[in-house]
Design a protein around this ligand. Structure first.
Ligand SMILES: *Cc1c(COP(=O)(O)O)cnc(C)c1O
Length: 376
């Protein structure tokens, strides 16, 4: 039987986006201009409760510039920012590239986000900030993190690259800490092709990010700071404005798909489905299960079987914890993060994107059930 392959992710870019791009190209004004300004305003209102927003050319640039704009300093040496190791490398990279030191803490294996006790244990005299990642679209444990940060006089930064619209008791991510950074890479919950945005309630920090993205100048040729060119184009912003109109519907579709997978996988032995704490709004950038007790090789075999036998795509985010990458390991010699290692072996992200049909969802459930039972 030939079955259509179900991809792990499927960016949706349609006629309306193409028309918006065409209109910008036809206008002849393609670099940062009115589309970017409108996109920033609309994103601010719709996603981050009116916070200041500064659009840039990637999610990584958003966190890089926001980190630079935070003017981190420690008396005893390089300022330290505590980050999870179980995340995309951009989190630690954007800290390290500023000259600060990423210090890796462990995660809670149930929520996949920073474990406050591990964060607290990593605090030193040089710690200046905690950067949480709202991984897979689930907000980090912000009650505990904000309390901890206040007690130790630390700033909180939020990597919201996977979490557009996620919230805790109605309060959106990107509004808890000093700043939040979002990504609009094609596989994220919405896209501008490449792109990112910084959200902050601090007008002065927003101004510094605006300067940094444009050679340090607000007034042309009157450069105030040493800056970069990390501007978003009006072409990208026009795509983002169309996507923003669809974001809420897509998020509801992701949440409904996740609920169907939860129900279908509830009784499959050895499969741990995502846990959502009370009051937390998960936006399911990924729907990530754990294959309890699996080795990395067993997990990889399950992934191959899903693909080969069932034509079901899946992803492993992330197979190598950041503190063991060649690039970032020098910041963390001899570090042991047991929950991070455990989850890196067991995690498998199933398709949850808005384009799935009921038949797709049924096949994903059937496939996981069969593959896990065959491997047991
Ligand atoms: C995608 C992503 C980023 C980086 O965003 P880019 O737009 O790809 O630069 C940062 N952090 C996390 C957790 C991400 O998933």
């Amino acid at each position: 039987m030939s079955r259509e392959f179900i991809p792990a992710a499927k960016p949706i870019i349609g006629d309306e986006e193409r028309a918006a791009v065409d209109a910008v190209l036809a206008s002849g004004m393609v670099v940062q201009g009115p589309q970017v300004a409108a996109f920033e305003e609309e994103f601010s209102t719709q996603v981050v409760a009116g916070a200041h927003c500064v659009a840039v050319n990637s999610g990584t640039s958003a966190q890089h510039l926001a980190t630079l704009a935070s003017n981190l300093k420690a008396e005893g040496g390089a300022p330290e920012v505590i980050v999870p190791s179980f995340t995309f490398a951009a989190t630690g990279n954007s800290v390290a590239i500023t000259g600060a030191k990423p210090v890796f803490a462990d995660i809670d294996p149930v929520t996949f986000t920073l474990d406050p006790a591990s964060v607290e244990a990593a605090i030193t005299d040089n710690t200046v900030a905690i950067e949480v990642v709202h991984l897979y679209g689930l907000p980090a444990n912000m009650d505990a993190i904000m309390e901890l940060a206040a007690r130790h006089h630390l700033a909180v930064f939020e990597d919201c690259a996977q979490a557009h619209g996620a919230a805790i008791n109605g309060k959106p991510v990107g509004t808890f800490g000093a700043w939040g950074s979002f990504s609009f890479y094609p596989t994220k919950n919405m896209t501008t092709l490449e792109g990112g945005i910084v959200s902050t309630s601090d007008a002065e920090l927003a101004r510094r990010v605006r300067l940094l993205r444009n050679q340090g100048m607000e007034k042309q040729y009157a450069n105030e700071l040493v800056g970069l060119n990390n501007r978003m184009t009006d072409v990208a912003a026009a795509v983002g404005r169309v996507q923003l109109k669809k974001l809420d519907g897509w998020t509801e579709a992701r949440r409904a798909n996740a609920a169907a997978l939860d129900a279908g996988l509830a009784d499959v032995p050895g499969v741990i489905t995502p846990h959502v704490p009370d009051g937390y709004r998960h936006v399911y950038h990924q729907y990530t299960i754990r294959l309890e007790g699996a080795t990395a090789a067993e997990r990889d075999a399950a992934q191959s079987a899903l693909r080969e036998e069932w034509q079901v795509g899946s992803g492993v985010y992330y197979p190598i914890p950041n503190h063991r990458l060649d690039s970032l390991a020098p910041y963390a010699p001899d570090l042991e993060l047991p929950n991070t290692e455990l989850v890196a072996r067991e995690c498998l992200s199933l398709p949850v994107h808005p384009s799935l049909s009921q038949a797709d969802l049924d096949r994903i459930v059937q496939a996981v059930d069969a593959v896990v039972k065959a491997g047991a």
